[in-house]
Design a protein. Structure first.
Length: 378
């Protein structure tokens, strides 16, 4: 009998050890699975950041990834823009958005925002409601609230919800803390893109977009092609023209841009880069295919005769012995000038840094002689 008991004890001990080992293996596999999921999510995040979507669409795409990969019922990202709370992404019906954008006023979440720590709330039965709910009593029964900070600056919050009470009780919050940090990193990266999108402006003299256009919406158009030609030119004699009259220099810039704008296709991008420098992007065209066209543009533009005068503005009346005679008087308005253009052409490949290409072109034009007026390939 004792032998039987000993055998049973050993068998039970062996089973316990086996179960513990099996549990550890399951947990290890589960952890490995979570790591793989996190890596996949991070890769998806990076793909979204590198896409040509605008900032708002990128945030929505990120939220869609979170919902799909982690099987979240509801996910909402709310950003504080300095004055208002704006829902940037949510799969919750818009009927409830007004409630979700005011969670910072809910007492239970105020401490969470102050401390920067997540807050988990749930109900015990179907008849209860969450503290922030107003008219959506049957939608969410559990919620996990994450305040978002970038470099200790409060950005807003991310909240995930479930329609099941205590649904997040056994959730690995470490995973979602990691996801939250990824959201913050992406928002920080996209913050620079948002700045670029907002500072694009129209030039007062020419009506052209500013250089910043090339880094935002312009790049989306350019990157539809594997290779494009970028042409930068400078009005090389603008300093001499400005010495005659600043107004004449302004008019030269205006007339040059008008002449070129009417000469190129609307499918090409033409911007005022800086001062007397302009950029034309021939999307999808190799440099060899644009040189002849640039020669034509250069010739027609340099043939312009530009002055400040209107018709007959250089004629004044004087009286000699009672009779009227007309006499021409030399004034600044009489002076005609023609622009001199110095061109440089380079190749841009999709996915590379367009700003580096432009810097190289600008450096070449800035260091070139002011008397230089030709077309160069770099």
């Amino acid at each position: 009998m004792i032998i039987v008991v000993i055998i049973l004890v050993l068998a039970i001990s062996a089973l316990i050890i086996y179960n513990l080992s099996l549990y550890k293996r399951i947990q290890a596999f589960k952890m490995q699975g979570n790591r793989i999921t996190n890596l996949n999510v991070l890769q998806d995040f990076m793909n979204i950041v590198g896409s040509d979507l605008n900032v708002d669409k990128k945030i929505k795409a990120i939220n869609d990834v979170l919902i799909e990969k982690y099987q979240i019922k509801y996910s909402t990202i709310v950003v504080f823009d300095g004055t208002d709370y704006v829902i940037k992404a949510s799969n919750v019906s818009q009927d409830h958005w007004d409630t979700l954008r005011k969670l910072h006023n809910v007492e239970i979440f105020k401490d969470s925002i102050t401390s920067g720590s997540p807050k988990y709330i749930t109900v015990n039965n179907e008849n209860e409601k969450l503290p922030y709910q107003e008219k959506e009593f049957d939608r969410a029964k559990s919620a996990l609230f994450f305040p978002l900070y970038i470099d200790n600056v409060y950005l807003g919050y991310w909240i995930i919800e479930s329609g099941i009470p205590h649904d997040f009780d056994n959730l690995d919050t470490v995973i979602f803390e990691t996801v939250k940090e990824n959201i913050i990193s992406v928002l920080k990266t996209m913050d620079y893109q948002k700045i670029l999108e907002n500072i694009v402006r129209k030039d007062l003299f020419t009506g052209l977009n500013s250089a910043e256009y090339l880094y935002g919406d312009g790049k989306k158009i350019i990157d539809q092609y594997t290779m494009s030609s970028i042409c930068m030119f400078r009005i090389s004699n603008i300093e001499n023209i400005n010495q005659i009259a600043r107004e004449l220099g302004n008019k030269v810039i205006t007339e040059v841009s008008k002449n070129i704008q009417k000469s190129i296709s609307e499918s090409y991008i033409f911007v005022r880069y800086m001062g007397p420098k302009f950029v034309i992007v021939f999307s999808g065209v190799e440099p060899n295919g644009v040189v002849e066209f640039i020669n034509e543009i250069k010739a027609s533009t340099e043939n312009l005769k530009i002055s400040l005068k209107d018709k007959d503005s250089n004629i004044e009346e004087i009286t000699i012995e009672g009779s009227k005679k007309k006499k021409k008087k030399k004034k600044k308005e009489d002076i005609e000038v023609s622009p001199s253009l110095n061109f440089v052409v380079a190749t841009y490949y999709k996915g590379t840094g367009i700003e580096e290409v432009l810097k190289k072109m600008e450096k070449y034009l800035d260091e070139a002689s002011k008397e230089e007026s030709q077309i160069n390939n770099i």
